[in-house]
Design a protein around this ligand. Structure first.
Ligand code: SAH
Length: 347
């Protein structure tokens, strides 16, 4: 098959009927990340580690702290899922090294384009297609920033006739969400079945599978994990699917594969999955509180004093990472640990 992803999906839908929102989002994400480095001012969106080195440094300090209190076990492995440009890993590992933590580095990344960027930043790393091939001979220190939100969500929508899967049709040259034909009431938990027409229930099987796999590894081999993402405390009865291109919101159903598609992470569900798989849930806190209790304000002072000409840029970055109306409150940090590992700082 040739042509753009839009052409390919249009032909698929013409041949087999509408596809699920989950299928659509999965195809769009694979195409989007597979071929480009979308991060930065010149790209589509910017992430916390790209705003300032302070973000990765605080993560590195958190990891070093819990590892030291767990008795400095070795060998120990740093694992990052969806590492983007490798900036977070570089900054976190640099900070951790100062406390004696020098783990091997494992990056779980599907995008060939981003693997190339990561290779330049972290020549010592090893790459994995999924979590299954990670080492088994020591504790894992797992980090994932804006990874779970990129995994495809499944949506169920309430119609006059009951619950249906939300599908994507292609009509008059446009993709659009519609309700599927097949009754899906049995897939909806009893307490959520009664909802108004148009209500949407969103779940993310890929995110649940990833958190479960990490939690099982922590239970079996020790270690700790931080999942950082956009999220909500309690699920809303609506779609959280959004698309961003060139730093602006666009319609998720226009130009599939050309914009970054994300959905909010259901942190309450993720902590349940982790606990059921045998890990300790250390807590879920707002990013601002997490960074502040690890001392980001002190680090900002030190950076400003060392390079007064950069003081304004450092202050702006600090505000972007910790202000309630910027990234600080929108983003949450969920910590997990092995059952016999200590509590995490900042939770
Ligand atoms: N963590 C980085 C990048 C976030 S963008 C940062 O904070 O800057 C999402 C990342 O997840 C990209 O690296 C993307 O290629 C990767 N990704 C998306 N889907 C994936 C999947 N199914 N498996 C592994 N990596 C994936």
């Amino acid at each position: 098959m040739s042509g753009t992803l839009a052409d390919r999906l249009a032909r698929l839908i013409a041949a087999t009927g509408p596809i699920s929102v989950m299928h659509y989002m999965g195809e769009a994400a694979a195409h989007y990340y597979g071929a480009r480095d979308p991060l930065g001012v010149a790209g589509d969106f910017i992430t916390a580690p790209e705003i300032s080195q302070m973000f990765g440094e605080m993560i590195g300090i958190w990891l070093a702290d819990i590892w030291i209190r767990a008795g400095r076990p070795t060998p120990v492995h740093y694992v990052e899922a969806g590492p983007g440009r490798g900036t977070l890993a570089r900054d976190a590992l640099g900070a951790a090294r100062r406390f004696g933590l020098e783990p091997t580095v494992h990056l779980v990344e599907t995008s060939p384009a981003l693997r190339e960027v990561q290779r330049a930043m972290l020549p010592q790393a090893r790459w994995h297609d999924d979590l299954g091939s990670l080492p088994e001979d020591g504790p894992l220190l797992v980090v994932a920033n804006e990874f779970l939100d990129a995994l495809p969500v499944r949506q169920l929508v309430m119609t006059e006739a009951g619950w249906r899967e939300r599908m994507v049709a292609h009509q008059d040259g446009r993709f659009m969400p519609i309700a599927g034909d097949r009754p899906m009431d049995a897939a909806v938990p009893t307490e959520r079945r009664d909802a108004g027409v148009g209500a949407i229930i969103e779940t993310c099987p890929g995110a649940a599978a990833a958190v479960q796999a990490v939690a099982q590894r922590l239970a079996a081999q020790g270690g700790a994990a931080l999942f950082i993402d956009y999220g909500y405390a309690a699920p809303a009865n609506g779609s959280s699917l959004q698309a961003v291109r060139a730093h602006a919101r666009v319609d998720p159903f226009t130009d599939p594969g050309e914009a970054d598609l994300t959905a909010l992470v259901d942190f309450a569900a993720m902590s349940e999955v982790a606990r059921a798989a045998g890990a300790r849930w250390l807590g879920t806190v707002e990013q601002s509180a997490f960074l502040r209790s690890l001392g980001i304000a002190m680090r900002a002072d030190a950076l400003s004093r060392a390079a007064p000409e950069r003081a304004e840029a450092v202050a702006t970055a600090l505000a972007r990472l910790t202000d309630g109306d910027q990234l600080g409150a929108l983003f949450k940090v969920m910590g997990l640990g092995a059952p016999d590992w200590p509590d995490g700082a900042a939770f």
